[in-house]
Design a protein around this ligand. Structure first.
Ligand SMILES: NC(=O)c1ccc[n+]([C@@H]2O[C@H](COP(=O)([O-])OP(=O)(O)OC[C@H]3O[C@@H](n4cnc5c(N)ncnc54)[C@H](OP(=O)(O)O)[C@@H]3O)[C@@H](O)[C@H]2O)c1
Length: 294
């Protein structure tokens, strides 16, 4: 087994690198630009822009991976809404190139996908529920999925997840839990929506699931998110309680006042029964993970 990770500078990519190193599974990590993950030894890092056919070909020819874990994506939902061409180029066209390269060498291809492929009217969602993406980001993720669903190649998995959080090195963006923790500890007032519901996912749990699916040769779609679906307001309240912060700093608002470019599904959540039964997925509760943050 030799794993090729795309997006190794990202939050999930960094966690996958750490776990593969710890379990001594051979891998090559790749991302655009330089290696920003001090955990990742330079000798296993390759610069690979997923929009560059040439760079992808060079890495595939050298590595000949048995498994590709494709985490790289344009993940900022509002930026995607304002830059749809870039969004589709990265999330769909680049994924298509990578899938074709994987097919050439019969490598397992694993795609990271999102709860946002659903419209949020009937969450939580099972793997078999019908998608109805609302934004360009969501549509791009669903189109990327369809490259696998509709193709004849069967050696693939899709891992769907929700609000991924945790600490990483030089990340290009923060995440809900870190933002709330840091703001509340700094005694800053924050406005938090109470009309959207999500199951926040500890990045290490998700990384574990991605690797386990590869190691066990699982095929098809698997949900891997946190164990509880809560309103964003409830999530932030629980963070305030954990760190003993003043709850009056948290101002409850409706999402329409955020004026976000992209429409979000009101209530997602993913049903975890299949992942629990098939490979023993056992995600941590929010408070268990808060205890692990610095
Ligand atoms: N984060 C969430 O809440 C969430 C929720 C549902 C699904 N997902 C999915 O889970 C996956 C991982 O998410 P994440 O939170 O780890 O994302 P992330 O932290 O934003 O990392 C994405 C990585 O992709 C890299 N990348 C961007 N453009 C690239 C290019 N042209 N070539 C190579 N690499 C490129 C980025 O590099 P730079 O750092 O250099 O920009 C970044 O390291 C994504 O596929 C995302 O769609 C995430």
């Amino acid at each position: 087994m030799i794993v090729l990770i795309t997006g190794s500078n990202g939050l999930l990519g960094q966690k996958i690198v750490r776990q593969l190193l710890n379990s001594k599974v051979p891998f090559i990590a790749s991302s655009q630009g330089e290696n920003r993950n001090p955990d990742c030894p330079e000798e296993v890092y390759r610069k690979m822009d997923i929009t560059s056919n040439v760079e992808i070909s060079t890495v595939f020819q050298e590595i000949k991976p048995t498994h590709v874990i494709h985490t790289a994506a344009l993940t900022n939902v509002d930026y995607c809404e304002l830059n749809p061409e870039l969004c589709y180029a990265l999330n769909v066209e680049a994924t298509s190139i990578l899938i074709n390269k994987a097919i050439e060498i019969n490598a397992h291809f694993q795609l990271l996908s999102s709860d946002f492929i659903f419209d949020g009217e009937n969450g939580p969602y099972a793997e078999t529920d019908a998608p109805n993406p609302l934004s360009h980001y969501a549509k791009s993720k669903w189109q990327a999925e369809q490259l696998l669903h509709l193709g004849s190649y069967k050696n693939w998995s899709i891992v769907r997840t929700i609000i991924v959080y945790g600490q990483g090195y030089q990340l290009s963006r923060s995440n809900l839990i870190l933002w709330a923790k840091e703001s509340l500890l700094a005694q800053q007032e924050i406005s938090v929506i109470d009309d959207q519901f999500r199951a926040p996912t500890w990045a290490d749990d998700l990384a574990w699931a991605c690797i386990k699916i590869c190691q066990e040769g699982k095929l098809g779609v698997y949900n891997a998110c946190g164990p509880e679906t809560l309103s964003i307001y409830e999530i932030v309240l629980r963070i305030a309680t954990f760190y003993n912060c003043d709850k009056n700093l948290i101002k409850k608002i409706n999402s329409k006042y955020l004026n976000q470019a992209a429409i979000r599904p009101p209530k997602t959540g993913l049903v975890l029964t299949k992942s629990v039964n098939e490979f023993g997925y056992s995600p941590k509760l929010l408070e268990e993970t808060l205890a692990l943050l610095d």
